[in-house]
Design a protein around this ligand. Structure first.
Ligand SMILES: Nc1ncnc2c1ncn2[C@@H]1O[C@H](COP(=O)(O)OP(=O)(O)OP(=O)(O)O)[C@@H](O)[C@H]1O
Ligand SMILES: [Mg+2]
Length: 281
Protein backbone atom coordinates (compact mmCIF):
# COMPACT_ATOMS: atom_id res chain seq x y z
CA UNK A 1 0.00 0.00 0.00
CA UNK A 2 1.26 3.45 -0.89
CA UNK A 3 1.55 6.14 1.71
CA UNK A 4 -0.32 8.66 -0.41
CA UNK A 5 -2.04 7.84 -3.65
CA UNK A 6 -3.79 9.94 -6.27
CA UNK A 7 -6.22 7.99 -8.44
CA UNK A 8 -7.52 9.52 -11.66
CA UNK A 9 -7.70 13.02 -10.26
CA UNK A 10 -9.41 15.65 -12.35
CA UNK A 11 -10.33 19.00 -10.93
CA UNK A 12 -11.97 22.24 -11.97
CA UNK A 13 -12.13 25.39 -9.81
CA UNK A 14 -15.62 26.90 -9.52
CA UNK A 15 -14.64 29.67 -11.93
CA UNK A 16 -12.28 27.89 -14.31
CA UNK A 17 -13.67 26.83 -17.66
CA UNK A 18 -11.70 23.64 -18.21
CA UNK A 19 -10.15 21.11 -15.86
CA UNK A 20 -6.99 22.40 -14.20
CA UNK A 21 -5.82 18.90 -13.23
CA UNK A 22 -6.43 16.18 -15.76
CA UNK A 23 -6.57 12.54 -14.84
CA UNK A 24 -3.54 12.44 -12.55
CA UNK A 25 -2.58 9.20 -10.86
CA UNK A 26 0.54 8.65 -8.74
CA UNK A 27 1.76 6.71 -5.73
CA UNK A 28 3.94 8.43 -3.14
CA UNK A 29 6.10 6.59 -0.62
CA UNK A 30 6.81 7.67 2.92
CA UNK A 31 10.06 9.56 3.50
CA UNK A 32 10.66 10.56 -0.11
CA UNK A 33 11.08 14.04 -1.48
CA UNK A 34 8.99 14.68 -4.60
CA UNK A 35 9.93 17.56 -6.85
CA UNK A 36 6.96 19.05 -8.70
CA UNK A 37 7.95 21.06 -11.74
CA UNK A 38 6.23 22.68 -14.69
CA UNK A 39 5.84 26.02 -16.41
CA UNK A 40 3.67 28.83 -15.01
CA UNK A 41 -0.02 28.03 -14.64
CA UNK A 42 0.56 24.32 -15.29
CA UNK A 43 -1.25 23.32 -12.08
CA UNK A 44 1.56 22.86 -9.51
CA UNK A 45 -0.07 24.93 -6.77
CA UNK A 46 -3.41 23.30 -7.51
CA UNK A 47 -1.79 19.91 -6.95
CA UNK A 48 -0.42 21.19 -3.62
CA UNK A 49 -3.91 22.41 -2.64
CA UNK A 50 -5.24 18.98 -3.44
CA UNK A 51 -2.65 17.10 -1.38
CA UNK A 52 -3.19 19.44 1.57
CA UNK A 53 -6.93 18.79 1.32
CA UNK A 54 -7.82 22.41 0.51
CA UNK A 55 -9.41 20.92 -2.61
CA UNK A 56 -12.31 20.43 -2.48
CA UNK A 57 -12.88 21.50 1.16
CA UNK A 58 -11.86 25.12 0.80
CA UNK A 59 -11.82 25.84 -2.92
CA UNK A 60 -14.89 23.71 -3.73
CA UNK A 61 -15.20 23.16 -7.50
CA UNK A 62 -15.54 19.76 -9.14
CA UNK A 63 -13.20 16.98 -8.05
CA UNK A 64 -13.16 13.56 -9.67
CA UNK A 65 -11.07 10.60 -8.56
CA UNK A 66 -9.66 9.77 -5.16
CA UNK A 67 -6.92 10.87 -2.79
CA UNK A 68 -5.91 8.07 -0.45
CA UNK A 69 -3.68 8.42 2.59
CA UNK A 70 -2.50 5.09 3.98
CA UNK A 71 -5.14 3.48 1.80
CA UNK A 72 -8.02 5.50 3.22
CA UNK A 73 -9.92 8.14 1.25
CA UNK A 74 -9.12 11.61 2.64
CA UNK A 75 -12.83 12.33 2.89
CA UNK A 76 -12.99 9.58 5.53
CA UNK A 77 -10.10 10.87 7.64
CA UNK A 78 -10.74 12.90 10.76
CA UNK A 79 -10.06 16.45 9.57
CA UNK A 80 -8.14 17.30 12.77
CA UNK A 81 -5.74 14.42 12.22
CA UNK A 82 -5.21 15.47 8.61
CA UNK A 83 -4.65 19.08 9.61
CA UNK A 84 -1.90 18.11 12.03
CA UNK A 85 -0.21 15.60 9.71
CA UNK A 86 0.21 17.88 6.71
CA UNK A 87 2.04 21.20 6.82
CA UNK A 88 1.67 23.60 3.90
CA UNK A 89 4.06 26.38 3.06
CA UNK A 90 2.22 28.65 0.64
CA UNK A 91 3.71 30.03 -2.54
CA UNK A 92 2.89 33.54 -1.35
CA UNK A 93 4.47 34.12 2.09
CA UNK A 94 2.15 37.09 2.58
CA UNK A 95 -0.84 34.78 2.82
CA UNK A 96 0.85 32.71 5.52
CA UNK A 97 1.44 35.47 8.06
CA UNK A 98 -1.58 35.73 10.34
CA UNK A 99 -1.49 39.50 10.76
CA UNK A 100 -2.73 39.19 14.34
CA UNK A 101 0.56 38.78 16.21
CA UNK A 102 2.96 41.52 17.14
CA UNK A 103 6.24 39.64 17.07
CA UNK A 104 7.76 36.98 14.88
CA UNK A 105 8.20 34.84 18.00
CA UNK A 106 4.45 34.92 18.72
CA UNK A 107 3.69 34.36 15.04
CA UNK A 108 5.72 31.15 14.99
CA UNK A 109 4.08 30.07 18.26
CA UNK A 110 0.56 30.60 16.91
CA UNK A 111 0.08 27.22 15.25
CA UNK A 112 1.37 25.43 18.35
CA UNK A 113 -1.00 27.40 20.58
CA UNK A 114 -3.88 26.33 18.37
CA UNK A 115 -2.86 22.72 18.96
CA UNK A 116 -3.19 23.30 22.69
CA UNK A 117 0.48 22.56 23.45
CA UNK A 118 1.79 23.67 26.86
CA UNK A 119 3.47 27.04 27.01
CA UNK A 120 6.89 25.75 28.15
CA UNK A 121 7.06 23.35 25.24
CA UNK A 122 5.92 26.01 22.79
CA UNK A 123 8.70 28.33 23.92
CA UNK A 124 11.31 25.57 23.57
CA UNK A 125 10.12 24.61 20.10
CA UNK A 126 9.97 28.18 18.85
CA UNK A 127 13.48 28.88 20.15
CA UNK A 128 14.78 25.74 18.41
CA UNK A 129 13.18 26.67 15.10
CA UNK A 130 14.40 30.26 15.28
CA UNK A 131 17.94 28.97 15.75
CA UNK A 132 17.55 26.38 12.99
CA UNK A 133 16.36 29.01 10.53
CA UNK A 134 18.91 31.53 11.62
CA UNK A 135 16.33 34.26 12.26
CA UNK A 136 17.17 35.26 15.85
CA UNK A 137 17.47 38.85 14.65
CA UNK A 138 13.83 38.78 13.51
CA UNK A 139 12.30 37.28 16.67
CA UNK A 140 11.16 40.57 18.18
CA UNK A 141 10.14 42.26 14.94
CA UNK A 142 6.59 42.86 13.82
CA UNK A 143 5.68 40.23 11.18
CA UNK A 144 3.79 42.86 9.19
CA UNK A 145 6.96 44.89 8.73
CA UNK A 146 9.17 42.23 7.20
CA UNK A 147 10.58 42.07 3.69
CA UNK A 148 9.43 39.34 1.32
CA UNK A 149 12.47 37.19 2.02
CA UNK A 150 12.11 37.61 5.79
CA UNK A 151 8.42 36.69 5.58
CA UNK A 152 9.32 33.63 3.59
CA UNK A 153 11.69 32.46 6.34
CA UNK A 154 9.14 33.18 9.06
CA UNK A 155 6.39 31.34 7.14
CA UNK A 156 8.78 28.43 6.76
CA UNK A 157 9.65 28.53 10.47
CA UNK A 158 5.97 28.47 11.47
CA UNK A 159 5.46 25.23 9.58
CA UNK A 160 8.72 23.59 10.68
CA UNK A 161 7.68 24.28 14.30
CA UNK A 162 4.55 22.18 13.77
CA UNK A 163 6.64 19.07 13.09
CA UNK A 164 4.16 17.57 10.60
CA UNK A 165 4.90 14.20 8.97
CA UNK A 166 4.04 15.47 5.51
CA UNK A 167 5.18 18.80 4.11
CA UNK A 168 3.84 20.52 1.03
CA UNK A 169 6.22 23.32 0.11
CA UNK A 170 5.34 25.63 -2.77
CA UNK A 171 8.28 27.67 -4.10
CA UNK A 172 9.91 28.32 -0.71
CA UNK A 173 12.80 30.37 -2.05
CA UNK A 174 11.13 32.64 -4.60
CA UNK A 175 11.93 35.75 -2.51
CA UNK A 176 15.38 34.67 -1.35
CA UNK A 177 18.88 35.39 -2.57
CA UNK A 178 21.26 32.51 -3.41
CA UNK A 179 22.60 32.26 0.15
CA UNK A 180 19.10 32.28 1.66
CA UNK A 181 18.06 29.65 -0.86
CA UNK A 182 20.92 27.35 0.14
CA UNK A 183 19.98 27.74 3.82
CA UNK A 184 16.35 26.78 3.15
CA UNK A 185 17.43 23.75 1.12
CA UNK A 186 19.76 22.64 3.91
CA UNK A 187 16.76 22.65 6.22
CA UNK A 188 14.55 20.84 3.72
CA UNK A 189 17.27 18.21 3.51
CA UNK A 190 17.34 17.93 7.31
CA UNK A 191 13.57 17.46 7.36
CA UNK A 192 13.93 14.72 4.78
CA UNK A 193 16.56 13.01 6.92
CA UNK A 194 14.07 13.08 9.79
CA UNK A 195 11.84 10.89 7.61
CA UNK A 196 9.33 13.51 6.51
CA UNK A 197 7.53 13.05 3.22
CA UNK A 198 7.99 16.20 1.19
CA UNK A 199 6.27 17.67 -1.85
CA UNK A 200 8.32 20.51 -3.21
CA UNK A 201 7.48 22.91 -6.02
CA UNK A 202 10.62 24.71 -7.12
CA UNK A 203 11.76 26.38 -10.32
CA UNK A 204 15.46 26.19 -9.37
CA UNK A 205 16.06 22.98 -11.22
CA UNK A 206 19.65 22.41 -10.02
CA UNK A 207 18.29 22.13 -6.49
CA UNK A 208 15.58 19.69 -7.54
CA UNK A 209 18.34 17.64 -9.21
CA UNK A 210 20.26 17.55 -5.98
CA UNK A 211 17.53 16.87 -3.45
CA UNK A 212 14.50 15.17 -5.05
CA UNK A 213 14.08 11.39 -5.06
CA UNK A 214 11.46 11.56 -7.78
CA UNK A 215 10.15 14.27 -10.06
CA UNK A 216 6.69 14.93 -11.45
CA UNK A 217 6.41 17.13 -14.52
CA UNK A 218 3.05 18.86 -14.88
CA UNK A 219 2.07 20.47 -18.16
CA UNK A 220 -1.33 22.08 -18.66
CA UNK A 221 -2.74 20.05 -15.80
CA UNK A 222 -1.46 16.72 -17.05
CA UNK A 223 1.25 14.59 -15.51
CA UNK A 224 3.61 14.23 -18.48
CA UNK A 225 6.79 12.76 -16.99
CA UNK A 226 7.39 11.07 -13.67
CA UNK A 227 9.96 8.89 -11.96
CA UNK A 228 13.53 8.89 -10.68
CA UNK A 229 15.08 12.34 -10.69
CA UNK A 230 18.16 11.40 -12.73
CA UNK A 231 16.01 9.95 -15.51
CA UNK A 232 13.46 12.74 -15.67
CA UNK A 233 15.93 15.62 -15.52
CA UNK A 234 18.02 14.14 -18.32
CA UNK A 235 15.10 14.36 -20.72
CA UNK A 236 15.36 17.14 -23.31
CA UNK A 237 11.57 17.06 -23.77
CA UNK A 238 11.43 19.23 -20.68
CA UNK A 239 12.91 22.12 -22.64
CA UNK A 240 9.84 22.05 -24.92
CA UNK A 241 7.63 22.31 -21.86
CA UNK A 242 9.26 25.52 -20.66
CA UNK A 243 11.43 23.79 -18.05
CA UNK A 244 15.19 24.13 -17.85
CA UNK A 245 17.46 21.16 -17.44
CA UNK A 246 20.06 21.26 -14.66
CA UNK A 247 23.32 22.88 -15.80
CA UNK A 248 25.11 19.59 -15.31
CA UNK A 249 22.53 17.68 -17.40
CA UNK A 250 23.17 20.15 -20.24
CA UNK A 251 26.90 19.48 -19.84
CA UNK A 252 26.25 15.73 -19.98
CA UNK A 253 24.33 16.21 -23.23
CA UNK A 254 27.17 18.33 -24.63
CA UNK A 255 29.62 15.55 -23.80
CA UNK A 256 27.42 13.15 -25.78
CA UNK A 257 27.29 15.59 -28.68
CA UNK A 258 31.09 15.57 -28.96
CA UNK A 259 31.19 11.78 -28.64
CA UNK A 260 32.76 11.89 -25.20
CA UNK A 261 29.76 10.81 -23.10
CA UNK A 262 30.14 10.34 -19.36
CA UNK A 263 29.94 6.67 -18.30
CA UNK A 264 26.91 7.69 -16.33
CA UNK A 265 24.73 10.62 -17.28
CA UNK A 266 25.31 13.25 -14.56
CA UNK A 267 22.72 15.75 -13.35
CA UNK A 268 24.42 17.06 -10.20
CA UNK A 269 27.81 18.65 -9.63
CA UNK A 270 28.88 15.79 -7.38
CA UNK A 271 28.11 13.22 -10.11
CA UNK A 272 29.91 15.26 -12.75
CA UNK A 273 32.99 15.68 -10.54
CA UNK A 274 33.17 11.92 -10.06
CA UNK A 275 33.00 11.31 -13.80
CA UNK A 276 35.63 13.92 -14.56
CA UNK A 277 37.98 12.65 -11.85
CA UNK A 278 37.58 9.12 -13.20
CA UNK A 279 38.54 10.20 -16.68
CA UNK A 280 41.66 11.95 -15.47
CA UNK A 281 42.56 9.26 -12.98
N1 LIG B 1 -8.79 29.92 -7.36
C1 LIG B 1 -8.76 29.71 -8.68
N2 LIG B 1 -9.91 29.82 -9.43
C2 LIG B 1 -9.89 29.61 -10.76
N3 LIG B 1 -8.79 29.27 -11.46
C3 LIG B 1 -7.64 29.16 -10.78
C4 LIG B 1 -7.57 29.38 -9.36
N4 LIG B 1 -6.27 29.20 -8.97
C5 LIG B 1 -5.60 28.88 -10.09
N5 LIG B 1 -6.39 28.84 -11.17
C6 LIG B 1 -6.01 28.51 -12.56
O1 LIG B 1 -5.57 27.16 -12.58
C7 LIG B 1 -4.43 26.99 -13.43
C8 LIG B 1 -3.28 26.39 -12.63
O2 LIG B 1 -2.88 27.32 -11.65
P1 LIG B 1 -1.77 27.00 -10.56
O3 LIG B 1 -1.73 28.15 -9.65
O4 LIG B 1 -2.05 25.66 -9.98
O5 LIG B 1 -0.47 26.92 -11.48
P2 LIG B 1 1.07 26.87 -11.05
O6 LIG B 1 1.70 25.79 -11.85
O7 LIG B 1 1.21 26.80 -9.58
O8 LIG B 1 1.61 28.28 -11.60
P3 LIG B 1 2.83 29.21 -11.05
O9 LIG B 1 4.10 28.61 -11.58
O10 LIG B 1 2.55 30.53 -11.67
O11 LIG B 1 2.76 29.23 -9.56
C9 LIG B 1 -4.14 28.37 -14.00
O12 LIG B 1 -4.71 28.46 -15.28
C10 LIG B 1 -4.81 29.32 -13.03
O13 LIG B 1 -5.24 30.48 -13.70
MG1 LIG C 1 2.05 28.01 -8.17
Amino acid sequence: MSYIELRNISYKYPLSKANVLKNISYSFEKGNLYGIIGSNNSGKTTLCNLIKGLIPEFYEGELYGEVLIEGKDVRKWDSNILATSIGYIFQNPFSQISGIKETVFEEIALGLENLGIKEDEIIDRVIDVIKLLNITDLAKKNPNELSGGQRQRVAFASIVAMNNDILVIDEPTSQLDPQGTIEIFDIINKLKQQGKTIFLVEHKIDLIAEYADEVLVIDEGELKHWGKTNEILANKDLLNRGINLPQVALLSHEMENINEPFDQFAITKAEAKKQIAKRWG
